[in-house]
Ligand binder design. Structure first.
Ligand code: COI
Length: 366
């Protein structure tokens, strides 16, 4: 790995959260509700490249109402977690994958690229400043510090072109379970009305627009008593794309583990690719393919598909218990949490929290 060109010096050492307040938050962090004391920042200018790197107190930022991001959504982000191991050390999971995806998203959104080294340096800088915010866990609990790098077009300009100035931040938020009901099986609404991303669009990029376009679908899901929404491909409206912010997997009774192939409208999840590897290690046969929803429903009804789950950095691996759609409902297996699903989740988190050997070399010390 080459050296980082940005060093993110800490500008102000004042902590705003007392030890007592931090302990209270870490006891029940939820997801995305609380933020740490510091954030990393850097600015890119077309005529000078990246600079102004610093770690500053977390707080509101000043932005011109004419900033391109507010009008044309030129924005990308990432999601990673920092895990505390039993010896107190802090680690993150496959950050180079997130760095590469961030660079790919930047290219798609015509934003400047950050090097893998600078991306990882920014994570290290935030965690160094916010180390007390990384939760201590025991053998059975799961809590982490969620790291959210974000980059947006900050130039004051309303013409439609790639901005000449962009700002990059890494903020951090202590995280427990993503879903309010924890790792309980999800009820998933299959949206007939909306698609998440179209052919040639930005579905493969991790940009805010994809998530904005999922929100009405989430409303629709809630109206039908479901926890999540599943989007089908925009062209034929038959094949599974992904949920509002998670990839989808199905496991058959004869040991195949299927997930939608990367068609360009699906996010290439780091958790997704790790699961494909861990599943293969345990003798399941990974298949990346087109998953036609009607066929999946038939396979669930016939008992050919026995487990399904959602996955992502935030959601980790969360079982799917049932699909709801216009005109019916189809339970997955017995509606509970599948055996392989829970075993994969356990193995993934055991690696992340340093409870078992990191045999694939996926961890990076922060
Ligand atoms: C993540 O899993 O890290 C994401 O960015 C998805 C979002 C639903 C929280």
């Amino acid at each position: 790995m080459t050296a980082s060109s940005l060093s993110f010096p800490q500008q102000d050492a004042a902590r705003r959260t007392s030890d007592a307040d931090r302990a209270r938050i870490l006891a029940a962090p939820g997801f995305g509700e609380h933020f740490t004391d510091f954030m990393a920042h850097a600015r890119w200018r077309r005529d000078g490249g990246w600079g102004d790197d610093e770690v500053v107190p977390f707080g509101p930022i000043r932005i011109t109402p004419a900033a391109a991001v507010l009008h044309y959504a030129q924005e990308i982000f990432e999601g990673l977690k920092a895990f505390r191991h039993a010896d107190g050390s802090v680690w993150t999971f496959r950050p180079e994958k997130n760095a590469e995806r961030f660079a790919a998203s930047a290219r798609r959104l015509a934003l400047p690229e950050l090097t893998v080294e600078d991306f990882i340096a920014s994570l290290k800088a935030v965690v160094a400043a916010d180390e007390p915010w990384v939760p201590v866990v025991d053998e059975t609990s799961e809590a982490s510090l969620y790291l959210r790098p974000v980059m947006f077009a900050s130039e004051e300009f309303l013409g439609v072109r790639a901005a000449h100035m962009a700002d990059y931040y890494v903020i951090a938020s202590p995280a427990g379970d993503y879903f309010p009901r924890g790792v309980q099986p999800l009820v998933v609404w299959v949206s007939e009305s909306y698609a998440r991303a179209g052919k040639g669009g930005t579905g493969q990029a991790k940009c805010g627009g994809n998530y904005a376009s999922s929100l009405l679908g989430k409303y629709e899901a809630a109206e039908h008593g479901a926890d999540e929404v599943l989007f089908l491909d925009s062209e034929t409206h038959t094949a599974i794309d992904e949920l509002s912010g998670m990839n989808v997997f199905a496991i058959t009774k004869d040991g195949e583990i299927r997930t939608p192939a990367l068609t360009g409208s699906i996010l290439e999840g780091v958790t997704r690719s790790s699961i494909l590897r861990l599943a293969e290690d345990r003798g399941l046969r990974p298949v990346e393919t087109r998953l036609v929803m009607s066929e999946v429903l038939e396979s669930l009804a016939s008992g050919e598909i026995v487990e399904m789950f959602a996955c992502g950095t935030a959601a980790v691996i969360t079982p799917i218990g049932a699909f709801r759609f216009d005109g019916g409902e189809q339970v997955v297996g017995d509606g509970g949490s599948g055996e392989h699903t829970l075993a994969l989740r356990r193995e993934l988190t055991d690696i992340q929290y340093g409870r078992i050997e990191d045999r694939h070399g996926w961890l990076t010390r922060l």
